[in-house]
Design a protein around this ligand. Structure first.
Ligand code: GLV
Ligand code: MN
Ligand code: MN
Length: 420
């Protein structure tokens, strides 16, 4: 089946009839339906599916224990009201590539697995890439289990409701040591490939990024009777946060140059800050709120720029009269560099595909951080829009990506050795 054929199979799962976007938060009903689809499709290709202690799924072609394995895949969960490509394109392309390799009669010298990682987006429990971070040992299981969603349900409770044992979460060094190469194909989430007029590219690195929770407390009071001079309104503190984030990122963010072919350091002089999530208590139109919480997502070209930006945003929030504010880091990820030798050889096999860095986070970055030889293939997104119902990739580009993935996997599966 083609890449788009697989995407069509799941097009209705978790789809919002009004917006056309997808709600596939981890361990909710749509996520479980997609997991069943993953198992069924894998079995249809003759692959053996294994779900590991962290809920990541691996569909094996060949002996899982043999080592030096070639892994490809991505994730099936989405952000709230996300697109149909961020994650699923990598899985659909992996299935199409496996069928293509089988059709070509490739005789693998080592095992291959299609992987599906748990909760890449962090859309439900706040921390991104939970499955790969747990496997990599960079997220302690006790921290993951205690994370809560917007309804107060813990990650542990969500696992139990899905029929999984939360006590078994943990690092998987032996499993990761058996990976010779991990190739994640992903829709591009920016405009790099449009600017380069290329249908596919190869990733070099992910910008340093993180999430911070800002709790602002004031005094609840009546909207009609409280004089403006008597108010301690946490929504005003929140407005300062949003404006400071916008100002401090915009002054540091410059568009990337034409580049793309050599080895761009990361992606130009990038700085991004977003407050995309807010909670207001009690959330009543005629009440000054008691408390507002905003979540800041900040990313930058390098650690120093990220630090400077965060410091400046924090300074702006100091001493707002009558408000009490705390800023807590929920996650922080350093720059993640994909394997340069693997990435360059992929780019060369794909007709000198352009190399580009990204501001988006991926499981591939988490695995690269702990030494798994990792590379990414990006598929052009004609508008650059992502994390939105408007996210798109042309069918022809999706198939080009699937064939590119199959070509790269064929080389890796038949090479004499992978790990040096
Ligand atoms: C994941 O897509 C992220 O970068 O937040
Ligand atoms: Mn993704
Ligand atoms: Mn995403």
């Amino acid at each position: 089946m083609s890449v788009t054929g697989h995407l069509d199979d799941i097009a209705s799962v978790g789809r919002d009839g009004d917006s056309g976007g997808y709600h596939r938060l981890a361990w909710t009903a749509p996520d479980l339906t997609l997991r069943e689809w993953f198992v069924g499709t894998s079995e249809g290709l003759g692959l053996d599916v294994e779900t590991d202690r962290n809920g990541n799924m691996w569909a094996w072609w060949g002996d899982a224990s043999a080592g030096d394995a070639v892994i490809t895949g991505s994730h099936l969960d989405s952000v709230p009201d996300g697109g149909n490509y961020d994650g699923p394109l990598g899985i659909a392309s992996a299935f199409a590539a496996v069928a293509d390799l089988q059709h070509r009669g490739v005789q693998p010298q080592r095992p291959l697995a299609v992987a599906c990682f748990t909760d890449e987006e962090g859309g439900r429990f706040g921390v991104a890439c939970i499955g790969s971070r747990l496997a990599a040992g960079v997220l302690p299981p006790e921290r993951a289990l205690a994370l809560r969603d917007a309804d107060g349900i813990t990650f542990a409770e969500a696992l139990t409701s899905a029929g999984r044992d939360p006590r078994v979460l943990g690092a998987e060094p032996e499993r990761l040591a058996r990976i010779g190469a991990f190739i994640e194909l992903h829709v591009e989430q920016g405009r790099g490939l449009i600017d380069l007029d290329a249908p596919i590219g190869v990733g070099t690195a992910i910008l340093p990024h993180g999430r911070w929770r800002v709790d602002i407390q004031g005094d609840a009071n009546h909207a009609g009777t409280t004089r403006m001079s008597d108010r301690h309104d946490p929504m005003v503190g929140f407005a300062h946060l949003v404006l400071a984030a916008q100002r401090e990122a915009a002054m540091r963010d410059c568009a990337p140059g034409p580049g793309g072919s050599a080895e761009p350091p990361l992606s130009g002089h990038a700085a991004r800050a977003t407050v995309g999530k807010v909670r207001c208590l009690p959330n009543a139109v005629n009440a000054i709120p008691a408390e507002v919480t905003g979540w800041l997502d900040a990313r930058a070209e390098d650690e120093a720029t990220l630090d400077a930006m965060l410091e400046a945003i924090g300074r702006d929030l100091l001493n707002l009269p009558g408000l009490h504010m705390t800023i807590a880091m929920e996650s922080r990820t350093p720059a993640q560099h994909f394997d340069p030798t693997l990435s360059r050889s992929l780019a060369a096999s794909l007709g000198d595909a352009p190399l580009l860095a990204t501001g988006a986070g991926h499981d591939a970055g988490v695995l690269a951080e702990v030494g798994v030889p990792t590379a990414m293939i990006f598929v052009r997104n004609p508008t650059g829009i992502s994390h939105s119902p408007e996210e798109h990739a042309e069918d022809a580009d999706c198939e080009t990506g699937g064939t590119a993935l199959a070509d790269v996997l064929a080389e890796l599966l038949t090479a004499d050795t992978l790990r040096q």
